[in-house]
Structures are given as structure tokens and as C-alpha cells.
Design a protein around this ligand. Structure first.
Ligand code: AR6
Length: 169
């Protein structure tokens, strides 16, 4: 059984086996949580990302997929980078968002990570409505068969925390 926990705060301050990054397909950094992870994690993360781009991910990491790097100076062993979908009103991209959580947990299992901290993927710059993003995140983790013991959602502000809390008993 995977335990789901909620914390309000900055994900770069968390201790976990793996910290998930809401990246973009370039893997070369950005704003939001991505910027914060690279800032606090230091240059080793970007160095690993560049290697991924020079190798298997020459065209970038597709939306809905996930890949791991070192966590640099973060208090974690790995950063798992996933690319959420940009929210669209005309197209249902929920399956891509669910895939981010599933694929991140699959990577975590490959690595043997037991505690994984997630941000609310796509709910910032990518514009996903918070309530729906929370619903998809929690439902997907519940439905995923994984050896991860704790999935910790790290929510930056009150609104995000409340949206996730509403999904839990
Ligand atoms: N800790 C936890 N959550 C955070 C933090 C933090 N330090 N900072 C922001 N959040 P976003 P996206 C929350 O925009 O929507 C980047 O430029 C934030 O409040 O980081 O998936 C990438 O490179 C929101 O709830 O990611 C991509 O280009 C959630 O994290 C693009 O943004 C996600 O917001 C990805 O957009």
C-alpha cells in the first residue's frame, strides 16, 4: 500500500529518495518549480540533463514521460523530471497528466525509491485548474501499482494544499 501524504511548502526543502520536477521537454530548465530545483540543486542536475539530451532524448522528453537524474545538492538521491501537458480547453489532455504520475512512479520503482515528493504538475505555468489537477494526481497514484511506500504531494500555497486535501479522506 502506498501512503499519500500532503505537505505545504517548497519541494526543494524536502527530504525524499526522489523529488519530481515539473519540467519542460527541453530538460534544460525553466521557471516555477523547475527553476527552483535547478537553483537549489546546483549545476550537477543540468549537467545530467544535458547528457540525456545528447543521448537518448535528443529531441527532448515527450509530454507524459519521466526520466531521472542526480539530485545534486538537494536532500534526495534523484530528481525525476516529468513533462506535464499544457492545459487546453478544446482537447482533453488528462491522460497525459495521469501519465506523468504513472511514469514518475515507474522510474521510482526502477531506481528503488521508497519516498517520492511530487509537485502539482501542470497547475502553474501550464495552466491546469488546481482542483482537476489534484483529482488526477491523487486518483492516478491510487490506481498505480508501485513499490513506493510514500507519495508526498508538496503544495506551494494554501489553495493548492486545500485542493489536494479535498481529494483525501
Ligand atoms: N515547491 C513546490 N511547488 C512549487 C514550487 C516549489 N518550489 N514552485 C512552484 N510550485 P510550475 P507547470 C508549484 O509552473 O505548470 C517551468 O517553466 C506551483 O505553484 O512550476 O507544470 C517548466 O520549465 C504549481 O502549483 O509547473 C515548464 O516550462 C506547481 O508547482 C513549465 O514551467 C507547478 O507549477 C511547467 O509548468
Amino acid at each position: 500500500m502506498t501512503r499519500i501524504t500532503l505537505v505545504q511548502g517548497d519541494i526543494t526543502r524536502q527530504t525524499a529518495d526522489a523529488i519530481v520536477n515539473a519540467a519542460n521537454s527541453s530538460l534544460l530548465g525553466g521557471g516555477g518549480v523547475d527553476g527552483a530545483i535547478h537553483r537549489r540543486g546546483g549545476p550537477a542536475i543540468l549537467e545530467d540533463c544535458r547528457k540525456l539530451r545528447a543521448g537518448h532524448y535528443g529531441k527532448g522528453l515527450p509530454t507524459g514521460q519521466a526520466v531521472a537524474t542526480t539530485a545534486g545538492d538537494l536532500d534526495a538521491r534523484w530528481v525525476i523530471h516529468t513533462v506535464g501537458p499544457v492545459h487546453s480547453r478544446s482537447e482533453d489532455r488528462s491522460e497525459q497528466l495521469a501519465s506523468c504520475y504513472r511514469e514518475s512512479l515507474r522510474r521510482a520503482d526502477e531506481l528503488g525509491a521508497r519516498t517520492v515528493a511530487f509537485p502539482a504538475v501542470s497547475t502553474g505555468i501550464y495552466g491546469w485548474p488546481l482542483d482537476d489537477g489534484a483529482r488526477i494526481a491523487v486518483a492516478t497514484v491510487r490506481e498505480t501499482d508501485t513499490a513506493v511506500e510514500e507519495v508526498r504531494f508538496v503544495l506551494f500555497d494554501d489553495r493548492a494544499y486545500e485542493a489536494f486535501a479535498a481529494q483525501l479522506p
